[in-house]
Design a protein around this ligand. Structure first.
Ligand code: UD1
Length: 405
């Protein structure tokens, strides 16, 4: 029996791997899941496994936190014997974290075919650790599953053959589409700004973080701010927490997948430096202000309502005012961000492993959204989720207190 091994390690991997494991279940193959343990806190890992319906990992390498070289090196050391023994027909890696890079390098050395889910994204900023991970992983991959046309173009410009590039759409949106309905009816806050912050460029320098915290405090004077804090940010924020204490600024522990989806779907807008949240907010039609100078997801700026504000706090507050006055740009959902990306991946994997006859492939393809349907669709305007709107519910803003978690 053919074998596929999935390697995950950090929070943003889990919602990408879950739909692919589920879609590959329809093929007559053996699947194993390796967790490197890059993220290990229950709120950063276990809760995601549970909510996304991921199986218990077959291996947990317990790599933990360290410098980039040590973390990547340890993941490689621990992964090598696992893959050498399993000898899978294909390894699938996700996104751009250090665990993705580690698995790619091990596969290259063991000459195991590699598939990269979320290939081709480029910020063209090599000072970003994730950009290095993306470039190297793509270079070593045999199957490159891209979310959008710009990713295909980036790969072609780097000399990747067309036959290796498979535009399947955005697999993270598959998880969102599946789990969003359960969040609609839950009791929620309304009319708040949702903030996340964890990039080293924003949180590691106390001066930069201090300015950001100051801007968030100022923002909280016009709209309540809800801020689930990443562990990396928590320690650094405590040093500048004097600036980040305000009546309407609520610091929370990291949120689970479903809770964060709920927070996002009901927010007035999001302020973030995350890559995935730029995409999720694009799908949800929630305006996104991104605290970065560049993005590897330019499509969210082109077709969506994402605006790059960098570290310009004047610009941030200006864009907040535009959103609150109703003059922010409306976005649309990019083609193939439709909840079926993992099925398209399964089709390619089946073909690669010689499991799908041409006829089966044609039949399966006809059941999926075809090229004719690959159009952008306009999304609803920012505001409460439809279920809330239908009921006319616009509950009172829950008063949020400042508390350092
Ligand atoms: C990593 C990814 C980043 C991704 C982010 C999502 C890399 C290079 N970076 O960044 O692309 O956007 O995950 O969260 O892979 N920590 C805990 N508990 C945990 C995990 C981490 O407390 O479960 C703390 C540790 O102090 C650690 C720090 O967070 O040193 C950073 O963790 P690490 O995995 O190195 O990078 P992230 O900043 O999480």
């Amino acid at each position: 029996m053919k074998k596929v091994v999935h390697v995950v390690g950090a929070r943003p991997n889990f919602m990408k791997a879950a739909p692919v494991l589920r879609a590959l279940d329809r093929l007559p193959i053996g699947q194993s899941l390796v967790h490197t343990g890059q993220h290990y806190d229950a709120q950063m890992s276990e809760v995601f496994f549970r909510q996304l319906g991921l199986p218990e990992p077959d291996y947990n390498l317990a790599v933990g936190s360290d410098s980039h070289a040590r973390q990547t090196g340890l993941a490689m050391q621990k992964l090598e014997p696992v893959l050498a023994e399993a000898r899978p027909d294909l390894v699938l890696v996700y996104g751009d974290v250090n665990s993705t890079l580690a698995a790619s390098l091990v596969c290259a050395k063991l000459v195991i075919p590699l598939g990269h889910v979320e290939a081709g994204l480029r910020s063209f900023d090599r000072s970003m650790p994730e950009e290095v991970n993306r470039v190297v992983t793509d270079r070593l991959s045999d199957l490159l599953f891209t979310p959008s046309a710009d990713a295909d173009e980036n790969l072609r410009a780097e000399g990747v053959k067309d036959s290796c590039i498979h535009r399947v759409g955005n697999v993270m949106i598959d998880s969102l589409v599946r789990l969003l309905p359960g969040t609609e009816e839950r009791s929620i806050w309304h009319d708040y700004a949702l903030v996340t912050l964890h990039r080293p460029s924003n949180v590691d320098d106390p001066e930069v973080l201090g300015r950001l915290a100051g801007a968030l405090t100022e923002m909280s004077r016009v709209i309540p701010v809800v801020f689930p804090v990443h562990p990396r940010t928590r320690a650094r924020l405590e040093a500048v927490s004097g600036v980040c204490r305000a009546e309407n600024l609520c610091l929370l522990p990291p949120a689970g997948y479903v809770e964060f989806l709920e927070l996002q779907a009901h927010a007035r807008f999001v302020v973030t430096d995350s890559g995935g949240i730029q995409e999720e907010s694009t799908y949800l039609g929630i305006p996104c202000l991104t605290l970065r100078e560049n993005t590897e997801r330019p499509i969210t700026v082109e077709v969506g309502s994402n605006v790059l504000v960098g570290q310009d706090m004047g610009r941030l507050l200006h864009e907040v005012a535009r959103i609150l006055s109703g003059s922010a740009r409306r976005g649309s959902v990019p083609p193939l961000w439709d909840g079926h990306a993992a099925e398209r991946i399964a089709l390619v994997v089946g073909q690669r492993l010689g499991l799908a006859s041409e006829l089966e492939l044609r039949t399966a393809k006809s059941g999926l959204p075809g090229k004719a349907n690959y159009r952008s669709r306009t999304v609803r305007p920012p505001g409460p989720w439809p279920a809330q709107r239908a009921r006319g519910a616009r509950g009172p803003v829950k008063r949020v207190r400042s508390e350092v978690s």
